[in-house]
Design a protein. Structure first.
Lengths: 594, 310
């Protein structure tokens, strides 16, 4: 076949010398997937609507004074750009984690790695191809928002510099996160486990570690705050993005200028990414060689026959079989030592954060506990959402689903087995929230009444998220689609809807907050905040039970009993809706089996 | 009649995978299901195992409609899919016990039943091995063990021998014979046709979702007129003369010279052997042997599905 001019241009543009045929293959496949079209267009749509609504809300609704409007315009421009850039940054990271969560494992699992090894494609090309092709979608998305943000720039106030800086930081962060996730996916065939591990790893790198070293440096070694902050900014994209935002909104509040430091940061991220990349190439090459000579099992682990066979004890099936199996399945698939390390890390970082806040006299403040509760509840929701979304798709992927459906196990037994299994697995995470509450009730910073209420909020959230997850998992074929769908669903429901309600309320119900007030009354996280706001903190914690007062957005002040009834009503509504999801799952359980 | 389908039709969107398939399998028979890739074998089997709903038509197993009596059918049928998955965190014994429980077998009987099927499939030594550490062939055997666990009357096996070494294949064949002796009805699809040849009572040949042929092996041979070929071996010096003589006989359609023998095609199969013998003896040719050419199922398969390639 003769190479046409267009072919050559195409090759040059797609860096084919580096990425080889894998890239083209991936590109073709990924552009064929419906899910990608859906993701791309819905993202742009949401972004556009958000910008228009925000603009409408901020600019049109107030005064007709021209000068005032112009100043509002530039404030609006900054606010919108800042928000979009920030949201996009975190979204891009999340999506890149999900996209690359099966990058290598799919090759290992489908046994194509050994085949690739016997072709002239080099391993560098394989990895680079995988990485770029998956990230390309994402980078495309981020690039597409640049012109949209360019429009916002017309309002004034937003310098190009800011857009470029944040664009570069986002880009390098995405590349780093992508390689990190790809690296994790070498060792693990289950995408959802890779997602969880990758995100936990990022949390440790970028939140726990800086916190710990900050505590060490400022508290113990007397390093001055500014140089510490600078250090963090250079090493931590999350923090740097926050700093850029501050610089945009309130340049005087900055401890240092990000001038050229952001370049140092970007170069450093690229450097680390390169090192990880080289490491990934060596490891994959080793794996591929093993697979080519048949010494690798499906899970990507080197076979160790003799060892696994000796692993003695047989557990007998008790009770309903699906429930039994789900119950004993721990899902994170971590060995003993790793599990202990992970537990130590989590407890350690929580304790350190307590120590730091205690030092700052923040621990008896209700906002402190609202923050903790939101982080714990948010993370638990997130993990529950992932666990639930993998239940059925993972059986479909491992082809055990038809075998199970051929047995006499009823549909409800399967569904409830899965639901209870997910709930059990996520109890560990929800337990942290409850434990935190209990500790500070005992310490006397939170009123004991908070405990039953927190449980009443957490349980329906966990149950509802599980049900929707099982629903998406019965709907989709690929685990990653189900996970993405469930996370987007939950995020839209509990964060997106209030956000849009605020904006739409601002436009259509000038000045009145009816819409947003009604919306938050359906939001469990709102109740979480409100409960802690009203009865946590040193002052409120010692009130007698009969004097407790809860002030909701709708319905005025309530006492403990009334508040409990209200929470119970909300909880029931979520549980009933969850059951509705399960009913749909039951109806379509036997559709699309293969 | 153990399995019966009436005008069974299945469409995947535009594509018709099965079109008016009528199939009957009697109790206690081993039925071989043959067809090229994409013919609709797996689709048929999935419908019979209640995993797929037919677009049109009905399917019955042991007299029960698969659509309306799913549970009874599942109790009767043991279905082994073409690609079998295993739960990666269970041991062999646990895996089988899990399925025993899933088939409502009381806890007390499970142990002995699981041990029974392990013995039958020769997997006793692997009792405590993790299922995903088993080799492909052993996993296949484990799949067979799983299918047998609830002692179903009907076994539906989708390419059970794929990926097995010759020894394991023979073992599976033995196992199937044993199961037949136990009175089970077995429907088996395979690409390795010589395998079906030795164990099947009936075969059905399917192509493009249509049954091209169904009947006993003898009926296939008859339909194809397989006895009309004779393999003749003569002393080397007389080869040319023999060809000349045979070509002169009007009943003989064609003489093909092969490495060590001659393949003689007749237009009519009944008198083949004697005509050849008489002609050659009459012509003073030294004959080493004359034997009817036995046609392999593979060839029958090729002939029956010829011209309908995708
Ligand atoms: N889930 C599906 N969606 C769409 N088309 C399908 C699906 N499953 C099978 N088909 C189509 O139906 C036809 C019959 O497929 P089937 O799997 O039954 O063939 P088969 O005889 O088992 O082939 P093989 O010998 O390769 O296993 C094929 O053309 C296939 O492409
Ligand atoms: Mg098939």
């Amino acid at each position: 076949m003769k190479h046409t001019f267009i072919d050559r241009v195409y090759d040059a543009v797609t860096l084919s010398w580096l990425t080889g045929p894998i890239f083209s293959k991936e590109l073709r496949i990924s552009s064929r997937r419906k899910r990608n079209y859906f993701l791309r267009s819905s993202y742009l749509l949401i972004l556009l609507i958000a910008i228009l609504l925000a603009w409408e809300a901020m600019v049109h609704s107030y005064s007709s004074n021209v000068v005032y409007r112009v100043s509002r315009l530039s404030a609006a421009g900054m606010a919108i750009t800042g928000t979009v850039v920030m949201v996009q940054f975190y979204l891009a990271i999340l999506v890149s984690v999900i996209m690359l969560s099966n990058a290598i494992s799919e090759e290992v699992y489908h046994k194509t790695l050994g085949v690739l090894m016997s072709t002239p494609i080099s391993m560098v090309q394989v990895i680079a191809g995988k990485l770029l092709s998956k990230l390309l979608q994402l980078i495309l998305l981020v690039c597409l928002t640049l012109p949209i943000l360019g429009i916002v720039r017309v309002f004034g106030g937003v310098p190009w510099e800011y857009l470029i800086k944040s664009f570069c930081v986002t880009l390098t962060a995405v590349i780093f996160v992508g390689i990190w996730t790809l690296y994790l996916s070498i060792h693990q065939k289950h995408a959802y486990i890779v997602i969880i591990r990758s995100i936990l790893g990022l949390i440790v790198f970028f939140f726990v570690a800086p916190l710990f070293f900050g505590w060490l440096a400022i508290g113990e070694l007397n390093v001055d705050d500014d140089s510490y902050l600078l250090c963090v900014a250079v090493t931590n994209p999350m923090f740097l993005m926050a700093m850029l935002m501050v610089e945009l909104m309130e340049p005087r509040g900055m401890p240092f200028a990000t001038n050229s430091w952001w370049i140092v940061h970007c170069l450093m991220m690229l450097g680390i990414s390169t090192l990880l990349f080289i490491r990934a190439v060596t490891v994959v090459r080793k794996k591929a060689l093993l697979q080519a000579c048949g010494q690798l099992d499906d899970g990507g682990k080197t076979k160790r026959r003799s060892k696994t066979e000796k692993l003695g004890k047989i557990h007998h099936v008790k009770g309903p079989p699906v429930l039994w199996k789900e119950w004993r399945d721990s899902r994170l698939k971590m060995g003993g030592a790793k599990r202990i390390i992970a537990c130590l890390l989590v407890t350690g970082s929580i304790l350190i954060s307590y120590a730091i806040f205690e030092n700052e006299n923040f621990l008896d403040d209700d906002y402190c506990h609202i923050m903790y509760a939101m982080i714990f509840a948010g993370l638990s929701t997130f993990l529950t959402a992932i666990f639930a979304a993998t239940t059925i798709t993972s059986e479909k992927a491992s082809r055990t689903w038809p075998a199970l459906l051929c047995t006499l196990v009823t549909d409800w037994q399967i569904i409830w087995g899965k639901v209870i299994g997910v709930l059990r697995r996520s109890t560990l995470f929800w337990g942290i929230l409850v434990l935190h509450m209990t500790i500070f009730i005992l310490v006397g910073y939170i009123h004991p009444a908070a405990l039953p209420h927190i449980v009443m909020i957490a349980m329906p959230v966990a149950f509802f998220t599980t049900c929707s997850g099982v629903f998406f998992s019965s709907l989709f074929k690929h685990t990653t689609s189900a996970v993405v769908a469930n996370m987007i669903f939950v995020a839209l429901l509990w964060a997106g809807v209030p956000f849009f309600a605020t904006i739409i309320g601002g436009i259509f119900f000038r000045g009145s907050d009816v819409l947003i007030e009604t919306v938050v009354m359906t939001n469990p996280f709102y109740y979480l905040i409100e409960v802690l706001d009203d009865i946590a903190g040193k002052g409120d914690a010692s009130t007698s039970w009969s004097r407790l007062r809860y002030s909701w957005a709708v319905g005025g002040k309530m006492n403990f009993i009334e508040a409990t009834v209200l929470l119970w009503v909300v909880a029931s509504a979520y549980i009933v809706t969850g059951l509705g999801f399960l009913k749909i799952v039951k109806m379509r359980l036997r559709k699309n089996i293969v | 009649m153990m399995i019966e389908t009436v005008n069974l039709t299945k469409c995947y969107g535009q594509l018709q995978a099965l079109g008016n398939l009528n199939l009957t399998i009697n109790q206690g028979d081993i039925f071989g299901f043959i067809g090229p890739n994409g013919a609709g074998k797996t689709t048929t089997m999935r419908i019979l195992a209640t995993l797929l709903e037919p677009t049109q038509g009905q399917a019955f197993v042991d007299g029960k409609n698969v659509l309306t009596h799913g549970k009874e059918v599942r109790r009767t049928v043991g279905y082994m899919p073409d690609f079998m998955g295993v739960y990666d965190d269970l041991k062999v014994f646990e895996y089988l016990e899990f399925f025993a429980a899933a088939f409502d077998i009381p806890a007390k009987q499970r142990k002995s039943i699981v041990e029974g099927v392990l013995e039958l499939t020769d997997l006793e030594g692997k009792k405590t091995a993790a299922v995903d550490s088993l080799s492909r062939g052993m996993q296949q055997r484990l799949g067979l063990a799983r299918v047998l666990i609830h002692d179903p009357k009907v076994l539906i096996l989708d390419e059970p021998a794929s990926g097995l070494d010759p020894r394991a294949r023979i073992e599976i064949r033995e196992l199937l014979r044993e199961l037949k002796k136990m009175g089970k009805t077995i429907m088996i699809s395979s690409h390795i046709l010589s395998e079906l040849e030795e164990i099947c009572d009936y075969v059905g040949i399917i192509e493009h979702g249509q049954l091209v042929f169904s009947g006993t092996l003898d009926e296939i041979w008859k339909k194809l007129g397989t006895h009309s070929k004779v393999r003749v071996t003569v002393v080397d010096e007389h080869k040319a003369k023999a060809i000349e003589l045979l070509n002169a006989v009007p009943e003989i359609e064609q003489v093909v010279e092969q490495k060590s023998h001659l393949l003689v095609n007749f237009t009519d199969g009944q008198i083949a052997g004697s005509v050849v013998a008489k002609t050659l003896v009459g012509g003073d040719v030294d004959i080493v042997s004359i034997e009817p050419e036995k046609m392999k199922l593979d060839d029958a398969f090729l002939q029956l599905t010829k011209g309908m390639v995708h």
